[in-house]
Structure formats: structure tokens, C-alpha cells
Write a protein of this length. Structure first.
Length: 226
């Protein structure tokens, strides 16, 4: 029987909700051949995991069957967004041949939305992600899900994201507003390009909403309170 987890969903404000709807729409406009999407960032704490999780939920609520894979095998933060209710096997169990693929897929309290968690920290994540079991997993899941979103480690810190991107149809770069330098971002972009995976775009995260008060006041006249 598939194990179940509960997502600690944050109530999104108007701008956040609209942003994820726009991101969802933009991803769908990329084409049906863009099913397996990696999400990465330049450094930790840019909000990459939250963006990936909220986008996955948005897609699931739009009647898409979605799998979110936590492939940050070094320092996963996705578990903090969940209530698991017990021990759950994850990616490292599967990639190290300790578990079968069907045993690491979890259901959630959101319809159409499944998860594969990272599992315990391993000393050789890059080697595990580069083996055939990861490729086999992607091949199998392509036939089951409409979208597979993969939360990867920051590319400015480790090479794991580039390894994962080789098996993906596209990659999205999450950037914290006002923090990451142009030069550093350019280096990360060049590293991604070596994986031969199309860069679908970037998400500017943690934008100061106080600068948008005028627009909130203006649109509030027509769309009501939010």
C-alpha cells in the first residue's frame, strides 16, 4: 500500500497565488514534450524547494498528474514542508538498491500529487544520481505522470543538478531577488548549458511586495479584496 504524507500548505496571498498560476501556465505553454523539469538555484536558501512544491500543487489542482522528486540528496529541506507520520523510504534507498521504485513513491493529501522524498544523507550523491537506476526511474515515470518536477541542489555549490538535468526536458533557475550577482548567475547558467538541457527560464523569488502596493490598490477596485 502506498504511504501517505500531509503537506503543510501555506496560505498564499493574492500576488503569490497569481504568480504560481502564471508559472504553471508558462510551463504548459512550453509544450507537451516538456514533462520532466529540474529546478535549481545558485546558492542555498533562495526558495527553490518552496517554489517547486507550490508549482507542483498548482499543477495538480489543474487536474495534472504530478510527481515531485526530491533529488537534493545532500541537504533536503522539503521534508520540513510535510507531515510523514513515520519512517518513509526515499531516493537514496532506491538508488542504492535497497528499495523498489514503487516502495518510495508517496501519496499526498492533494489529489493527483505524489512525492519521492530524498531519504537519508549519502556520502556519494553524484555517483548515485549518475547511475542507471535514476535514468530508469525517469523513463518509467514519464508514462505515468503529466509532469515530473525535480528539486535539485544549488548548482553554485555542487554538480548534482547538471547530472540530473541531462535526463530532463528542461530546467528552471530560481533566483533570489537582490542577492545573486550577475557574474555568479552567468557562471551557473554556463554550467547548466553544458548539460545540453534547455533552460526554460528563471523564477525571480522573494521579491519585495511593498514596492507593488500601488498595483494592489489599483486592481483591488476591480477584483475585490485579496
Amino acid at each position: 500500500m502506498m504511504k501517505q504524507v500531509i503537506i503543510k500548505q501555506k496560505d498564499l496571498d493574492y500576488f503569490e497565488d497569481e504568480a504560481y498560476k502564471s508559472l504553471r501556465t508558462n510551463l504548459q505553454f512550453c509544450g507537451e514534450d516538456k514533462k520532466v523539469i529540474a529546478f535549481t538555484s545558485s546558492t542555498p536558501n533562495e526558495g527553490k524547494s518552496s517554489v517547486t512544491l507550490n508549482l507542483a500543487i498548482s499543477l495538480a489542482k489543474a487536474d495534472k498528474k504530478v510527481l515531485l522528486v526530491d533529488a537534493d540528496l545532500r541537504k533536503s529541506v522539503l521534508l520540513g514542508h510535510l507531515q510523514t507520520g513515520g519512517k518513509i523510504q526515499g531516493m537514496t534507498h532506491y538508488l542504492s538498491h535497497q528499495s523498489k521504485l514503487q516502495d518510495v513513491v508517496c501519496g499526498t493529501d492533494v489529489k493527483n500529487f505524489h512525492l519521492i522524498l530524498a531519504g537519508p544523507v549519502t556520502p556519494n550523491p553524484a555517483e548515485l544520481l549518475g547511475n542507471r537506476y535514476f535514468k530508469d526511474m525517469i523513463t518509467v515515470m514519464r508514462d505515468i505522470y503529466d509532469y515530473i518536477l525535480i528539486d535539485t541542489p544549488p548548482l553554485g555549490s555542487v554538480i548534482d543538478s547538471a547530472i540530473i538535468a541531462e535526463e530532463c526536458d528542461g530546467v528552471v533557475l530560481v533566483i533570489e531577488s537582490g542577492v545573486i550577482s550577475y557574474r555568479f548567475l552567468r557562471n551557473v547558467k554556463e554550467q547548466l548549458e553544458k548539460s545540453n538541457c534547455p533552460i526554460l527560464g528563471a523564477v525571480l523569488n522573494k521579491v519585495d511586495q511593498s514596492k507593488r502596493k500601488y498595483y494592489g490598490k489599483y486592481y483591488g477596485k476591480y477584483y475585490g479584496k485579496y
